[in-house]
Design a binder for this molecule. Structure first.
Ligand SMILES: NC(=O)C1=CN([C@@H]2O[C@H](COP(=O)(O)OP(=O)(O)OC[C@H]3O[C@@H](n4cnc5c(N)ncnc54)[C@H](O)[C@@H]3O)[C@@H](O)[C@H]2O)C=CC1
Ligand SMILES: N[C@@H](CC=O)C(=O)O
Ligand code: NA
Length: 438
């Protein structure tokens, strides 16, 4: 059979890793695909010291790759929204199949891209976009196709998990660990995407769409990052039997779908609490299969390349199949036209338990006033710990609650912060007992 001719756009961390894996494992890849997969051209602003480009056709204009008549598949690894969107749409217009690692692009412009791709009858594959090397898209879209998915939850940002792990284990400063994650090639070009939860929200948006058959709705995701997590909270959580993790959670309820990204206290003995460093893990609950877990490297050159190359293998096998007989982009056919039957729920509707940290003025009656506000909002206290005064006259109070509605907790926090006895903002971190929440 004719080889599949690939054009790689972007020769950074993932582009270099993809090139190297394709070259190193060329023989096995050919045996698996039934045909060779060769790099026909690379579009890159500059060469990469990680890659030997001898004999490779390199252009500085990625759009040349998208229009190259000899190329079957364009691999978009430049990242970002705008140029990447133009590049992918241009490749599709020229009848190319597309493989991308770009979750921002799929979460925000995916509906448009899949519509254009369906019209052209081309494949758009994006396994590397969620949880790097973990084949979670394939598992959810194909392996779990028999199930009504009930929830999906996990650690889906490698940089964030790397930071939380090293802060906790070594007491290192946030900025210091972030710089290390950047040097290792884990972070986004703009690392606020990692630490403010935007990257995880992109990924969760994609997972939810594939899990429930709803359109991509990134703008409705609740997004909170880890930048305000303090070492004190990490230690306090640990003393209470929890580890703080940054989670993406999407649940199907009778009223709609939860789509939320935020830090959470996870009981130490649960699986997700034991996922460290750049590793990601996603739990998926299906009605037939029960709980399943997907674990592995969430970022990095070759782990991500592993997913990009797996997509290229799928393209090599499926490109001769008519579009109507391929697995739908987002797992369900007809989804591109939109299915709003399951709305994304506002965050105020979610029900979960909470950890609160308050700084109170050390005078009689404070605890009673705090307890009254919580009781009036129907928030039931699980534990209340009053610490030694460490910050001048202020006393830290740690409260854990039973499950309550977010709207009630918002109102309780508003009232607590208005009390003259309470200094500064109240820290609120949700507590997630995922296994018991089914
Ligand atoms: N780094 C990682 O571990 C992972 C990254 N991703 C995604 O993969 C994509 C690439 O990420 P990285 O390789 O980490 O980024 P990177 O910044 O290391 O590489 C991007 C490369 O594209 C080049 N580039 C950007 N615009 C260009 C243009 N218009 N023309 C030519 N070259 C251009 C840049 O010069 C750079 O060399 C992003 O969408 C990212 O979100 C996905 C999973 C994991
Ligand atoms: N910046 C991302 C890269 C992979 O998607 C992360 O840290 O997870
Ligand atoms: Na993946």
């Amino acid at each position: 059979m004719e080889p599949v001719k690939v054009g790689i756009c972007g020769l950074g961390t993932v582009g270099s890793g993809t090139f190297n894996v394709l070259v190193r494992n060329a023989q096995d890849i050919e045996r698996r695909a039934g045909r060779a997969i060769v790099v026909e051209q690379i579009g890159a602003r500059r060469d990469s010291p990680q890659v030997d480009l001898t004999g490779i056709n390199v252009t500085r204009d990625v759009f040349e790759v998208a229009r190259n008549p000899d190329i079957d598949v364009v691999v978009e690894l430049i990242g970002g929204y705008d140029v990447a969107r133009e590049l992918v749409l241009e490749a599709i217009r020229h009848g190319k199949h597309v493989v991308t690692a770009n979750k921002a692009l799929i979460a925000v412009h995916g509906n448009e891209i899949f519509r254009a791709a369906a019209e052209q009858g081309v494949i758009v594959a994006f396994e590397a976009a969620v949880a790097g090397g973990i084949p979670v898209i394939k598992s959810l879209r194909e392996g779990l196709g028999a199930n009504r998915i009930q929830w999906v939850a996990g650690i889906i940002n490698g940089t964030g998990n790397y930071i939380l792990t090293h802060m906790r284990d070594e007491g290192r400063a946030f900025e210091d660990v972030l710089a290390e994650a950047q040097a290792l090639g884990y972070a986004e070009a703009d690392p606020t995407f990692d630490v403010e939860g935007i990257d995880a929200a992109h990924k969760l948006t994609i997972l939810a769409s594939i899990a429930y058959g709803v359109p991509l709705q990134f703008e409705r995701a609740y997004t909170e990052g880890i930048s305000r997590i303090t070492f004190d909270d990490v230690k306090q959580a640990e003393a209470l039997g929890y580890i703080i993790k940054h989670l993406g959670i999407s649940k199907r309820t009778d009223d709609g779908i939860e789509l939320r990204v935020h830090p959470a206290l996870v009981p130490k003995e649960q699986l997700l609490a034991n996922v460290h460093g750049v590793k990601n893990a996603i739990e998926v609950m299906g009605d037939a299969v029960g709980p399943t877990l997907y674990y592995g490297a969430g970022a990095g050159a070759e782990p991500t390349a592993s997913a990009v190359v797996a997509d290229l293998l799928d393209v090599a096998r499926d490109m001769a199949t008519h579009h109507d007989y391929r697995t739908p982009y987002l797992a369900f056919s007809g989804i591109v036209e939109g299915d709003e039957s399951l709305p994304i729920l506002p965050m105020e509707n979610i029900v979960t338990a909470y950890y609160l940290r308050l700084l109170a003025v050390d005078r009689p009656g404070v605890l009673a006033r705090v307890a009254t506000i919580l009781a009036e909002q129907g928030v039931s206290i699980e534990a209340l710990i009053q610490k030694e005064a460490t910050e001048g006259e202020l006393v830290p109070i740690i409260i854990t609650t039973h499950r309550t509605r977010e709207a009630n907790m918002n109102e309780a926090i508003r009232q607590l912060e208005a009390l003259a006895d309470i200094a500064g903002p109240v820290t609120r971190i949700r507590i997630e007992h995922l296994d018991e929440n089914v």
